[in-house]
Write a protein that binds this ligand. Structure first.
Ligand code: KG4
Ligand code: ZN
Length: 344
């Protein structure tokens, strides 16, 4: 069946059309994405009200492009999948209202998708041979967690950030180094131009089960302040970037290794925006006997295809969204139930 995926949880409006069925891997028919980075970078971060308005403006345009590119009409759909949470409330509401309108107009069933579950299954879009169980290291701008995926929908959290997410740590550090929002990829690019550094950072919360990046942010702030007084600061920025990247990557790697040992699970997926980081990929590929999967670059970041795929899996497992359903700005992935969505 044809499944449309609609994603509006933060600052990317994304839509995709997939062909999904129970006996074959998903086929991506078309993808559309509209990033709002240029708008939000004027303010140094995402402005929720502006983001919601952009989604409202962009969604009909992107969806129209899907119909035109694929020669498909709304009534050809078998399922509408929309991000229901977690994310910015106003942004989620734009996507959900649009999806409800489409469902009402066509009579096509609707499912609400957890954005993190979307990231968890995203690597299956590009690696059809990837089966459960696996460990998912979810590293994005809003989330950092290690999830044991026993089956689709059966999740055990082994580590989760208690404050900033790893993408946020990259972005806030990048801001300190003078990069525009979001800055994570630029910081990574500068770090990769360097082989070593004269700087070091304290190991924060090393013995804790969970992640914490806010202490690191404070330490980075102090380090950048000291370094910025040095006459050769502009040359030192690359070394600072290298140190920051190593520190974030090492924290992620140490916890992942520990969970792999505890669970005896060697199959790992690394997903979410930060999984595009080259240094993180090379560090994780050094783990002995690990079977590692990443989404393709365009599926690391927020995208509509992962929402369509997770939505189809939910639908196949019995989920349907009630017309009265609202959004969940907070929605831990281990608490999703099909019951909550209601029945048709
Ligand atoms: O998954 P995503 O597109 O959106 C959220 O759900 O948050 O992740 C975006 C995050 C941003 O913080 C961005 O700076 C970070 O992913 N990111 C990177 C890289 N590419 C994207 N961080 C470090 N290195 C990269 N190459
Ligand atoms: Zn995301």
């Amino acid at each position: 069946m044809k499944v449309i995926g609609i994603e509006t949880s933060c600052d990317e409006t994304a839509v995709a059309l997939l062909e999904c069925d129970a006996t074959a891997p998903p086929v991506i028919l078309h993808e559309e994405i509209s990033s709002q980075i240029d708008l939000h970078k004027l303010y140094g971060g995402v402005v929720p009200e502006l983001a919601s308005r952009e989604h409202l403006r962009n969604l009909p345009v992107l969806v129209d492009r899907v119909w035109k590119n694929c020669g498909v009409k709304p009534t050809d759909l078998g399922l509408i999948a929309v991000t229901q949470g977690p994310g910015l409330k106003g942004c989620l509401l734009m996507g959900l209202s649009f999806a409800k309108g489409l469902a009402l107009q066509t009579g096509v069933p609707l499912v609400g998708v957890n954005h993190i579950e979307g990231h968890i299954v995203a690597p299956q879009l590009d690696s059809p041979e990837l089966n459960f169980p696996y460990l998912a290291l979810v590293v994005s701008g809003g989330h950092t967690e290690i999830v044991e995926v026993q089956q689709f929908g059966q999740y055990r959290i082994h580590a989760r950030t208690i404050d900033d997410a790893s993408g946020e740590a990259f972005d806030k550090s990048a801001h300190l180094l003078g990069f525009e929002y979001p800055g994570g990829p630029q910081l990574a690019g500068l770090a990769d131009s360097c082989q070593a550094s004269r700087f070091s950072l304290p190991r924060v919360m090393r013995n804790s089960d969970d992640f914490s990046f806010s202490g690191l942010k404070t330490a980075i702030g102090l380090l950048v302040k000291q370094a910025s007084k040095m006459p050769e600061y502009s040359e030192l920025r690359a070394e600072l970037a290298w140190t920051i990247q190593e520190s974030i990557v090492t924290t992620l790697l140490e916890k992942l290794r520990r969970v792999m040992e505890e669970t005896d699970c060697r199959r790992v997926v690394v997903t979410g925006g930060v999984s595009a980081n080259r240094r993180l990929r090379s560090a994780i590929s050094s783990i002995e006997e690990a079977e590692i999967y990443y989404p393709n670059m365009n599926h690391c970041m927020d995208n509509g295809a992962m929402i369509a795929w997770a939505g189809w899996l939910r639908y196949y497992n019995g989920a349907r969204l009630l017309p009265s359903a609202g959004v969940h700005s907070r929605w831990p992935v281990e608490t999703i139930t099909n019951m909550e969505q209601g029945t048709e």
